[in-house]
Design a protein around this ligand. Structure first.
Ligand code: PLP
Length: 258
């Protein structure tokens, strides 16, 4: 695969760059995570979604819409998926149980034109003989019985208090040398470190203290200014302890660039 990145701003992909890039590189498809993007947490606005569909229609560029985090809105319902405004079968829509029920189930779904689905089903068959029938029955039961709706509400409440707690911790320890946007859903805060530091050194020093960080260079090899923080898994105590210690490491001289 030849991957090309499309720049983003606060409300999603910068759609103006798509036509130019497509002309230059003759793209085959566009991949996007419009809701609570991993790693930045960005939510694409309704207007941007409409604009994206309009441009991709014009460019005849199919879209993979990865909506793994879509149900995890925390403050207000997110705009409809791109698929909901796709009247030409341009969008392949992906959902997953991994972020809501559990990644071990290995259950996700896809919505798209029937011939494409048949082709993908055949490829999946050849790759792994298909997803476990037991997992599929479990998910079907959750969805049809109403358990999923009940569960997702609990997950949202829990995530919301964890997000608010993490933001409080950031306000306490990080204000001087970092900034961030408060995510409206999903798992992540994309922390921007304003100081010049060596992320590789920070990674090594943190690991020595049993803190595993997720630096921006995992997503963009030139990025030396971001950390992806997840508030979804660690306990509140671990979050506070880890973030406090990490702030001390960032403030210390040991992780200077040279
Ligand atoms: C945007 C996005 N899509 C998909 C996945 C993985 O989903 P699955 O476990 O269903 O393969 C992740 C997990 O990190 C993700 O962040």
């Amino acid at each position: 695969m030849n991957l090309l990145e499309i720049p983003m701003n606060d409300d999603g992909l910068i759609t103006e760059s798509i036509s130019r890039l497509n002309k230059l590189y003759n793209g085959s498809l566009l991949y996007s995570i419009p809701s609570f993007h991993n790693p930045t947490g960005i939510l694409m606005s309704k207007t941007k979604r409409e604009e994206l569909i309009r441009i991709c229609k014009k460019e005849r560029l199919p879209i993979i819409e990865d909506d793994a985090y879509g149900d995890l809105w925390l403050d207000k319902k997110k705009p409809n998926p791109l698929k909901a405004i796709d009247d030409q079968g341009l969008v392949l829509y992906l959902g997953s149980m991994s972020k809501t029920l559990g990644p071990g189930l290995r259950i996700g779904w896809i919505v798209g034109p029937e011939p494409v689905i048949h082709r993908l089903a055949d490829i999946k068959m050849q790759m792994d003989y298909g997803a476990s029938s037991i997992s599929q029955f479990v998910v079907a039961e959750w969805l049809s019985s109403g358990l999923y709706e009940e569960h997702i509400q609990k997950v949202r409440n829990e995530l919301k208090s964890r997000r608010d707690f993490t933001v409080q911790i950031l306000n306490k320890y990080y204000k001087e040398f970092a900034d961030w946007k408060i995510p409206q859903g999903g798992f992540y805060i994309w922390l921007h470190i304003k100081k010049q530091i060596s992320m590789h050194k920070l990674f090594k020093h943190s690991l020595k203290e049993n803190i595993l960080i997720n630096p921006g260079y995992i997503y963009d090899r030139n990025d030396q200014h971001h950390l992806r923080l997840s508030y979804s898994y660690a306990s509140l105590e671990q979050l506070e302890k880890g973030l406090m210690r990490l702030s001390q490491l960032i403030a210390s001289a040991t992780i200077k660039v040279k």
